[in-house]
Design a protein around this ligand. Structure first.
Ligand SMILES: [Zn+2]
Length: 327
């Protein structure tokens, strides 16, 4: 009976019906795509899909980039909803500093920005500083930071009606008097935004799975089923702390000829190799060739040497997977 490379259970063939993709399908389809059959059980495959890949696809900068680069059609956009890891702030124009979220608009057939319910307070430099409803400051805090609450335009509510705004502010000891509506100017085609994302363990595990799958694809289950891989496997499957830093993020591109800031080739990259110490295995993953995730997949391996050096570029323009060695 085959044994699953993640839960290590031996199961009948009927539990290995699904195809596990080395790189989740949500990041594009490729000619001769790297897939795993008979090595990841359906239960693990399902768990990964629901828990790790969903978060990676919908709630990361890379996931949002799928719409920027046309990997997904705008109407497929699904916001992650409450508790999202992504915070987007407008950096220019009359709503500078306001919080927005991305949403599919059937009218424009595109993914657009919509404001989140929030309140702006006019600061001493005559600019609004915005707070989401759950983070509203108390009146005393605003006075300490020399906000002028007496000004006619002192308070500006966005995406919230007048009564709800008054009630929210009253909870914080802030008196609100309505002086008029602020009409939004004509929407421009694009607006400069700042995207701040939190990369948590769930995202790290989703990335670690890509690197582990890649090694599984090239080196085969026999090697990957070895006990020394248990720390990595259990981290990915169960979120157990491996006791060392398994993953780190850096700005440098994987391809040596590409800049830290500036244009890079459009695609995803995955590599594996021995570390400099000769006994540890490292991997790299970069989705949309953006941040580089560096993984320590195995440490202090005492088994035999094998050729592990490998790297592939998932080219989004040709939809082909290119070997970095022969390129
Ligand atoms: Zn399994």
């Amino acid at each position: 009976m085959p044994r699953c490379a993640y839960c290590l259970d031996e199961k009948a063939d009927e539990h290995f019906r699904k195809t596990e993709h080395v790189l989740p399908l949500s990041f594009g389809t490729f000619e001769n795509n790297f897939t795993l059959r008979g090595t990841v059980c359906d239960e693990c495959n399902q768990y990964f899909g629901n828990h790790l890949e969903l978060a990676l696809a919908r709630d990361t900068f890379e996931g949002h980039s799928r719409f920027t680069y046309g990997v997904k059609d705008p109407e497929e956009f699904r916001p992650f909803g409450r508790g999202s890891r992504i915070i987007i702030k407008i950096l220019e124009g009359p709503f500078e500093g306001a919080y927005v979220y991305r949403e599919y608009s059937p009218e424009t057939a595109n993914v657009i920005l919509r404001p989140l319910p929030q309140v702006g307070f006019l600061n001493s430099s005559d600019k609004y500083e915005y707070f989401l409803l759950d983070d509203l400051p108390a009146e005393s805090q605003l006075r300490e930071r020399s906000f002028n609450l007496k000004h006619r335009r002192a308070i500006c509510g966005i995406a919230i009606d007048e009564d709800a705004l008054r009630a929210k502010l009253a909870e914080k000891g802030i008196d609100f008097r309505h002086h008029g509506e602020f009409v939004a100017p004509q929407k421009s085609e694009s607006v400069l935004c700042e995207v701040e994302g939190t990369i948590d363990q769930q995202i790290f595990r989703a990335i670690a799975k890509v690197a582990f799958n890649y090694l599984l694809y090239w080196q085969g289950p026999e090697f990957l089923l070895e006990t020394p891989f248990n720390l990595t496997r259990r981290y990915i499957r169960y979120g157990e702390n491996p006791g060392y830093k398994l993953i780190a993020v850096r700005d440098q591109a994987i391809l040596a000829d590409e800049p830290v800031v500036g244009e890079r080739r459009l695609g995803h990259l995955i590599t594996s190799n021995w570390a400099g110490d000769g006994v540890s295995i490292v991997g790299q993953v970069s989705i949309f060739n953006w941040a580089t995730y560096c993984l320590s997949l195995l440490r202090d391996y005492a088994g035999g040497r094998r050729d592990l050096k490998s790297g592939h570029f998932f080219d989004l323009s040709s939809r082909r997977i290119l070997d970095l060695e022969t390129r």
